[in-house]
Design a protein around this ligand. Structure first.
Ligand code: TK8
Length: 354
């Protein structure tokens, strides 16, 4: 059903673009015309651009609120020359489909997790390092560092302009059995993101991981195709995974960022005034989300605990140490996939000895 809807939306958008451009240009952007004096830039000096943006999370999440903030700021800042339509909840397809759509110019902007993006740009694998970050302040300082910018810039080789990082969050394990030691993970059928490092780390911990798109998780848990999954509290709550899982363990085994990007041709067709505004609005939306996500996470924890279907538990230091130890076997893989140089820079910025 979602596929059909997404196909319909894509078709509807393409029609709208063709009508708007009148040139048959394939890009969603009308900016190419604007640059060559075709579409009105107006008195404001901003290019005319209609942005279609997609992401995979529910409308109640802070990443959706960040997108709404971006829309509000960029539309107001450009005096209406730049407009934004946001499609949440995998309406435009799963992460991998949306990344490909953005590369092809059928979507203007997207914000997938780093993990599925790594199949398009292996540099992203630096962020798949388990236990790389222990707190949000370190996360933000690394994402905002020169090394964080270098990872964003690497997207250009894939036809994408990296603009910033929204937050998905620290990931927690959910399952129906009690987990007290690493031995309890043995053979656990767990859904993981479509990423080689994620697969390897769960195997290293003794589990039996299956890669799967985000949109298929709830049904897979319900039908017991898998017994467990892992995601940040916001998604566990807002996608209602707690309804079909008894326990949430605060493993914090990885921090996932959402990477915000634009189709590179569209970006390159914009004048610098428009580019600067878009970049600045992504930055402001990022700051806005950072200001609300900690409280949102707490609220999600409270909601899960109050649900009567699931409870949130801290993990013991012993279990944490066992997990860290087992996962250390994937650091070499990360360096090989992402590149040693950039990985060393990210590790240094994070104060991490991988
Ligand atoms: C949303 C996904 C999600 C991710 C996952 O489309 O797949 O588990 O955490 O946020 O990107």
């Amino acid at each position: 059903m979602k596929r059909i809807l997404s196909l319909f939306l894509t078709l509807a958008m393409s029609m709208a673009v063709l009508t708007a451009c009148g040139t048959g240009g394939a890009s969603v952007s009308t900016a190419a015309n604007a640059g060559s004096g075709g579409a009105a830039s107006g008195d404001s000096g901003y290019d005319t651009l209609h942005i279609t943006a997609a992401h995979g999370a529910a409308e109640s999440t802070t990443v959706h609120k960040a997108w709404l903030k971006f829309k509000e700021l960029v539309e107001a800042g450009s005096g209406g020359a730049v407009t934004v339509d946001i499609y949440p909840n995998q309406q435009m397809g799963g992460d991998s489909e949306c990344i490909a759509s953005c590369q092809q110019g059928n979507l203007t902007m997207d914000s997938p997790s780093t993990s599925p993006l790594a199949a398009f740009d292996p540099t992203m694998n630096t962020f798949e390092t388990p236990f790389l970050f222990s707190d949000r302040d370190t996360v933000y300082s690394v994402l905002d560092s020169d090394a964080g910018q270098e990872v964003l810039d690497s997207l250009e080789a894939s036809g994408l302009k990296g603009l910033g990082y929204f937050e998905n969050g620290f990931r927690e394990l959910t399952c129906n059995k009690e987990i007290n030691s690493l031995a309890d993970l043995k053979g656990l059928k767990i859904r993981v993101m479509e990423n080689d490092v994620q697969m390897a780390m769960w195997k290293a911990m003794g589990a039996n991981p299956t890669p799967m798109a985000f949109g298929d998780i709830y049904t897979a848990l319900q039908q017991k195709t898998v017994d467990a999954q892992e995601n940040p509290l916001e998604l566990i709550n807002n996608t209602k995974f707690y309804e079909v899982q008894d326990h949430v363990y605060m493993t914090n085994h990885i921090y996932t960022a959402y990477v915000v990007f634009m189709n590179l041709d569209t970006w390159n067709s914009l004048n610098s005034k428009t580019q600067d505004l878009i970049q600045d609005c992504v930055k402001q939306a990022t700051d806005y989300q950072r200001g609300i996500c900690k409280q949102a996470e707490q609220d999600c924890m409270d909601a899960i605990n109050a649900s009567g279907s699931s409870k949130v538990y801290e993990v013991s230091d012993d279990l944490h140490n066992e997990m860290v130890q087992a996962c250390s076997s994937v650091y070499d893989m990360v360096k090989k996939l992402a590149g040693n140089d950039i990985t060393e820079k990210i590790y240094a910025a994070a104060g991490f000895n991988g």
